[in-house]
Design a protein around this ligand. Structure first.
Ligand code: MG
Length: 275
């Protein structure tokens, strides 16, 4: 009898337990409980349990800030002459992506093979860039309008449809991918422009040794979402990787993740010693 009761208790408990909520549409939180801890944090890379930041509706429409006099205008809506394509293997090709109505659409026919990178290198900088995920895009999770602003080709501020589309916290829009979620989610709805104002201090190396990490500040649609965040190294998927010494100036890269993300009004100001 006692055995029978012991056997029945878990069954009764299971019957009374609230049913586990099914994941919301586009909720890509799977598979990331086996990743390493992010250095200096208590969360794992792409931690499925990490809370998503609260939403803050930005003022709309988002203001498009024209370039100041000392900015290097990287894209004025028409001209891609300051860019080229670069494959993951390092091959280069002319930047021949679709330009129309003042924007460029960053997606290669091969889907995810070619990033669009500046011909010039940049170190410490202030960057203004606007981006939009088209209404027609139906991707979900990490396939929901995934692109990225890769400072020095390594330190990514994530671009993603994050107004409705759900994914792990350190992989949504304005996250420092795999390291820091934004403090709040200031995304606009799909089909509307977003703006990033990014302030970047490049890492410093002496020979092969890191002497100062990279720092990133991000204002998303007028809302501060990353304030002088220390990057733990280059971004990576499901991994935490250490810094590897690189030149003081490296091209800015816009990620081709195979999704049709649009960019416009891209300008950059070189900073000296982060100022
Ligand atoms: Mg990305």
């Amino acid at each position: 009898m006692r055995l029978a009761i012991l056997f029945l208790i878990p069954l009764l408990a299971a019957a009374q337990a609230p049913k586990k909520k099914s994941a919301a549409a586009g909720d890509d939180r799977s598979g990331y409980t086996d990743t390493p801890l992010i250095p200096g944090q208590t969360w794992k890379v792409h931690d499925a349990a990490r809370p998503r930041p609260p939403k803050v509706m930005p003022g709309r429409p988002v203001v498009s800030i024209p370039p100041p006099a000392d900015a290097d205008v990287l894209f004025d809506g028409k001209d891609l002459s300051k860019w080229q394509l670069r494959s993951r293997k390092g091959e280069t090709a002319p930047a021949n992506w679709k330009v129309q109505d003042g924007y460029v659409e960053v997606v290669s026919p091969e889907g995810g093979r070619w990033n669009m990178v500046t011909k010039a290198g940049y170190g410490d900088c202030q960057l203004h860039i606007e981006w939009l995920v088209p209404k027609e895009d139906v991707g979900q999770g990490q396939a929901g309008g995934n692109s990225g602003v890769e400072l020095m080709g390594r330190y990514e501020v994530q671009v993603m449809e994050s107004f409705e589309n759900l994914t792990y916290a350190d992989g949504q829009a304005a996250s420092l991918y795999g390291q820091w979620p934004p403090t709040v989610n200031a995304s606009t709805p799909k089909g509307e422009w977003n703006a990033y104002d990014i302030f970047f201090t490049a890492p410093r190396f002496e020979g092969d040794k890191l002497v100062k990490p990279a720092y990133v500040t991000v204002v998303h649609n007028g809302v501060l979402v990353q304030n002088h965040r220390e990057m733990t190294g280059p971004v990576a998927h499901r991994r935490a990787i250490p810094y590897v010494a690189h030149p003081a100036e490296e091209p800015l890269s816009l990620q081709d993740h195979g999704h049709p993300v649009r960019y416009r009004n891209i300008w950059i100001r070189r900073l000296k010693d982060g100022q």
